[in-house]
Design a protein around this ligand. Sequence first.
Ligand SMILES: [Zn+2]
Length: 249
Amino acid sequence: MLIDAHIHLDQYKDEEISSLLEEVDYVIAVSMQLVSCERTLHLSKTYHQVKAAFGFHPEQSLPGQRDEDALFDWIRAHADDMVAVGEVGLPYYLRQEQAIDNRPYVALLERFIILAKELDKPIVLHAVYEDAAIVCDLLEKHQLRKAHFHWFKGDKAVVKRMIQHGYFISITPDCFYEEEIQQLIQAYPIERMMIETDGPWPFEGPFTNKRTSPWMMHSTIEVIASIKGLSTQEAAQIITQNTKNFYRL
Ligand SMILES: [Zn+2]
């Protein structure tokens, strides 16, 4: 059995969730904002396989100060119900669509990094391409070591830096057809690797028109095993153990 290290479980319908959870040992269910945090909390109380992370997804408009403070108060009040702070990060894709200022997003992310440090929790990061170096600067500044860069993409220099600091990445089902992700698997130590679906985000190739669900991770394991020269069983065992250790499951 595998662990889905990053899924938006709150975005699935109630009737889909229990069958989806039969495919996995655990899921790390990340949150988008306060309403999403509340639903994720409810799911984690309902299903033992669901481990909650609370945060604010960066690919959306920023909250006002009152909403931001309310979210931080809520997360502190539910610290015992969460395994991590997340999903948080920087709005790379939003900036490709519109001219927005990255600085207030960096400030909010820094506040989440300080919160993770205060609560002694790992952090789940959405930080790709040039944003990854900014996030590495912040992590180093605050000496937060337990960082998970989910669905990571970036250049060789930042990959090297992330490996040196022992940060984790997770691999998505697109490794089946994306050369960029296959090269990342090649470059990154398997000891710092997890797998995820980022569901319900849809995938292509053999997954076209299929509802994203943790069974897709079996293909991910096969790709990782073949690139790393391991059996699928060995790769699955290492990756599951990595995830259990990282999230203290
Ligand atoms: Zn996500």
